[in-house]
Ligand binder design. Structure first.
Ligand SMILES: [Zn+2]
Length: 357
């Protein structure tokens, strides 16, 4: 029988990856970001070691986990309350730098003439949060799962893709349609795409939200062409951050994150669901660390104004703050200790018969 608050009902489930019923308790927490009422529990599967939410919100009440102010469903934001592309300040100022008007002072001609400064700036500001390959052919089709308001679809279109999106939330889907894109409102499965119909599929900070992530990956494999590209990103539970911050880790995101992967477990799942040439890159992103420090401080001092200011930073990072933290983020990524990972893989499929996992 479901248990939980009036809004979100919870139900006990078997491991979503291996169907084993045995688990052990991992961590319990509350929704400190959006205030969805209730206490939520993560468990570790005793068979495959997957970390997942159990009991989990029922499929009927899953939408109640996403209140109307949820960041990725608002315009100009994408992904867990944080930008998953370049930070907005950096991006807008990079764009300004490429135009002839309103260039920021540090990219004006005399500054740009300093050897290496422009390259250094670009290197420091590249968080590796997304990949944006150019369309291989004129008719190449791309799909974005969980497209939100269509911000990344705009980027895909700009590099030549014919792209469309899948979005569960009506208000976000309507905004994306307003940008001129074809949006399938609902789940990936309900869109009923044809076999082998896309050259690429993108899912930025989406897989950890899906109730049956294995089935969703199999469905992505079905709709991708042989050697089609899968690109996605997600939190990395295998890094140092959850061990140091415990229940205050910024990326637990109860009750919206239903799965937590480390690179090894994720690689195995992708291989099992028909993908190959798997490449996992650790993002150069310190926003989780800042957010976790804010949550830790607020736990210790609930009325702390400093904690409130720190917690604002991941949603509205300043360029200078980001650049100041870039060396730390780059070292953590180099040590394979990034809190978020960006993954690319190719669809392993026979071009004539269509091998299914
Ligand atoms: Zn399992």
């Amino acid at each position: 029988m479901p248990v939980g608050s009036d809004a979100v009902q919870l139900e006990k489930i078997a491991c979503p990856l291996c169907q084993a019923a045995e688990y052990r308790h991992y961590l319990t927490g509350r929704d400190v970001a959006m205030g969805v009422p209730g206490t939520f529990q993560l468990v570790t599967c005793r068979s495959c070691r997957h970390i997942y939410m159990n009991p989990r919100p029922t499929l009927e009440t899953l939408a109640a986990c996403y209140p109307s102010g949820y960041g990725p469903h608002r315009s100009q934001e994408h992904g867990d309350g944080c930008s998953v592309d370049q930070p907005k300040d950096l991006k807008s100022e990079s764009q300004a730098a490429s135009s002839n008007t309103s260039q920021p002072w540090y990219l004006r001609s005399f500054v740009r003439s300093i050897p290496g400064l422009k390259s250094l700036y670009r290197w420091l500001s590249d968080t590796r949060s997304t990949v944006l390959p150019a369309a291989p052919d004129e008719g190449s089709r791309a799909l974005e799962l969980g497209c939100g308001t269509g911000q990344f679809l705009e980027s895909l279109k700009a590099v030549g893709w014919n792209c469309e999106g899948v979005e569960l939330v009506t208000a976000a889907a309507e905004q994306a349609r307003g940008r001129g894109f074809e949006i399938h409102e609902g789940t990936l499965e309900s869109a009923q795409f044809s076999d082998s119909s896309f050259d690429a599929a993108f899912a930025w900070h989406v897989l950890e939200h899906l109730p049956d992530v294995r089935s969703s990956l199999i469905e992505l494999h079905r709709v991708l062409k042989p050697q089609g590209l899968l690109a996605c990103s997600m939190p990395n539970v295998g890094c140092w951050e959850p061990y140091v911050f415990g229940g205050n880790w910024y990326l637990w995101e109860w009750p919206r994150h239903l799965h937590f992967f480390n690179p090894k477990r994720l690689r195995r799942l992708l291989e099992e669901t028909g993908f190959e040439e798997i490449r996992i890159e650790h993002q150069r992103n310190s926003l989780n660390v800042v957010g976790s420090l804010g949550l830790l401080l607020r736990r210790m001092f609930p009325n702390s104004r400093l904690a409130a200011r720190i917690l604002e930073f991941p949603n509205r990072p300043t360029m200078w703050g980001q650049l100041a933290m870039a060396p730390f983020a780059i070292v953590m990524a180099w040590l394979h200790q990034g809190g978020r990972i960006t993954v690319t893989a190719r669809c392993r499929k026979n071009s004539t018969s269509g091998e299914q996992p």
